[in-house]
Design a protein around this ligand. Structure first.
Ligand SMILES: Cc1ncc(COP(=O)(O)O)c(C=O)c1O
Length: 461
């Protein structure tokens, strides 16, 4: 039965009350919602756009949460799930296999670089990181180096919320209330090139990893985990040669290199795998989000043959797993999602259009609050500053007022969903669906220009 607009309104009103009473939203200040501050309720999606319960349209400049890469409303992904239910609704990967997981594992292996040929499925990003960290420890233990348990990650990097993944996450505010965390998390500087002193060597942050391994004792370090482009802090790209150097360091100290591509895979940087953008081959890749374009929850850990080898012989097993990992529906959706990627050459589209996207963002430099524009592919950040000459940033109170008191609400009000974030210095982040084109770039520009211009006026008082 079709829902009339009156009825939709009524349903919408009911939903608001129910949401305020019963739903616990993630990373959200629930106390801030009330009679005069509605919870945004997204009810429908199509292409690069989503609609709220009032029927208002928004450009989804964040692809859900860096994950609806093929765009909204792809009914063929639902049809793939429906076909799968007719064939096999569920079976577990605990001691059994099923056709879609097998086919998907083989397809991921064929797309992955180097000898990344073994696929361990999960149900999301934190599970992938958690699994990769446990695998790294277990791998070394199998080789008689059980002391190797520490993980080196970068400051401000986000690697997930489960206690193990959180020990790699480098954001103090996300860690402090849950301590003590899983032991072994160590942090080193990230590659914030905007705030890089002129006399600092470009590979300084890579060398910092080596120094930290030496400081901890190489015999205690299991892995280094890094994103191709670091999301938190605002799309930090690596300097030339960074990953090459990290690869050398990992090899020298017998430390596994984990590329956390929960965001950076699946075309976000114009390649199926983010490491391909920068030409390195890690030992382990963690995946999730856009693997299914978020139409079904799914993640994976893709492992090199040599790291998988100790678990592939004799009576050894990786004593780890999740009931829903590699779920047949999710696997079928992931296969259909990859069909879309291939048919529409979404990676090629991003590579062809990223220059235009970047150029559009660069033009925002005519507003003095825009300090830096950085990123790669369809994954960019604009860092906001008080003074462009000195790069002076906002203090915590100013940042709170600017981002939460103004920018987030205003951008949303004007129909653009993007992320205004201050897990490092304040940034606005954009990661539109990979089908976005000139029309959407123009729309993003117009909203950002108006809102950042207004923000600058407010900063000036
Ligand atoms: C790089 C990275 N790793 C891990 C995660 C955790 O993924 P999930 O939220 O699916 O658990 C995220 C989430 O945004 C992420 O960006």
């Amino acid at each position: 039965m079709a829902i009339t607009s009156d009825r939709r309104q009524e349903v919408g009103t009911g939903l608001q009350e129910l949401a305020q009473r019963h739903l616990w939203m993630h990373f959200s200040r629930m106390g801030s919602y009330g009679a005069d501050h509605e919870i945004p309720i997204i009810t429908r999606g199509e292409g690069c756009y989503v609609y709220d319960d009032h029927g208002k349209r928004y450009l989804d400049g964040l692809s859900g949460l860096f994950c609806v890469n093929a765009g909204h409303g792809r009914t063929e992904l639902g049809e793939a799930a429906a076909r799968q239910v007719e064939e096999l609704d569920f079976y577990t990967l605990w001691s059994y296999a099923h056709p879609r997981a097998i086919e998907l594992a083989a397809r991921l292996a064929s797309l992955a670089p180097g000898d990344l040929n073994r696929v361990f499925f999960t149900s999301g990003g934190s599970e992938s990181v958690e699994s990769a960290l446990k695998l790294a420890r277990n791998y070394h233990r199998e080789l008689g180096k059980g002391q190797k348990h520490k993980v080196i990650a970068r400051e401000i990097a986000y690697h997930g919320t489960t206690l193990g993944a959180l020990s790699a996450t480098g954001i103090t505010e996300l860690r402090s209330q849950f301590e003590p965390l899983t032991p072994g998390g160590c942090h080193v500087p990230n590659t914030n090139l905007y705030r890089w002193p002129e006399d600092r060597h470009l590979l300084w942050a890579a060398t910092a990893i080596e120094e930290r391994i030496q400081f901890e004792g190489p015999e205690t370090v299991a892995a280094v985990i890094l994103e191709p482009v670091q999301n938190a802090g605002g799309c930090f790209v690596p300097p030339d040669g960074y990953f090459e150097r990290v690869r050398e360091i990992c090899d020298r100290y017998d430390v596994l290199m984990i590329s956390d591509e929960v965001i950076c895979a699946w075309g976000r940087l114009g390649h199926y795998f983010g490491c391909d953008r920068f030409g390195y081959v890690p030992d382990i890749v963690t995946l999730a989000k856009a693997m299914t374009s978020a139409y079904a929850p799914m993640g994976a850990v893709v492992v090199s043959d040599s790291v998988a080898a100790p678990f592939m012989e004799g009576d050894t097993s990786f004593a780890h797993g999740f009931t829903f990992a590699g779920h047949p529906l999710a696997s079928a959706v992931a296969m259909a999602n990859l069909d879309i990627f291939e048919r529409e050459d979404l990676c090629g589209h991003v590579l062809a259009k990223e220059g235009e996207f970047r150029q559009m963002l660069e033009t925002l430099h005519d507003i003095p609050i825009v300090g830096d524009v950085r990123g790669a592919g369809y994954f960019h950040a604009i860092e906001l500053v008080k003074d462009r000459e000195t790069k002076e940033s906002f203090d915590d109170e100013e940042s709170e007022e600017l981002l939460r008191g103004f920018l987030s609400a205003e951008l949303y009000e004007r129909g653009l969903i993007c992320r205004a974030d201050d897990r490092g210095d304040p940034v606005v982040q954009l990661a539109p669906p990979l089908i976005a084109d000139s029309e959407q770039f123009e729309e993003i520009h117009d909203v950002l220009h108006a809102v950042l211009g207004e923000a600058w006026k407010r900063v000036q008082g």
